[in-house]
Design a protein around this ligand. Structure first.
Ligand SMILES: [Zn+2]
Length: 64
């Protein structure tokens, strides 16, 4: 299984509905953006690190 597992990596709130901003867009905000946090109550949708649900560690990028 070398395929990327999108559900494995989560935002700090545990959502899987995040997007990477690392490619393409020039942005001064954090490299990840969570759609669920955006719709949440008072949550910041921008975050620096993903949480790996498998290991519980914080990671700065998704490795395939
Ligand atoms: Zn979130």
């Amino acid at each position: 299984m070398t395929e990327r597992e999108p559900w494995r990596y989560r935002c700090p709130e545990g959502h899987t509905n995040w997007q990477s901003r690392q490619s393409g867009i020039h942005h001064s905000e954090a490299p990840f953006y969570c759609m669920s946090c955006k719709d949440g109550d008072g949550l910041s949708p921008h975050f620096e690190k993903l949480t790996d649900a498998k290991t519980g560690k914080r990671v700065s990028g998704v490795q395939s």
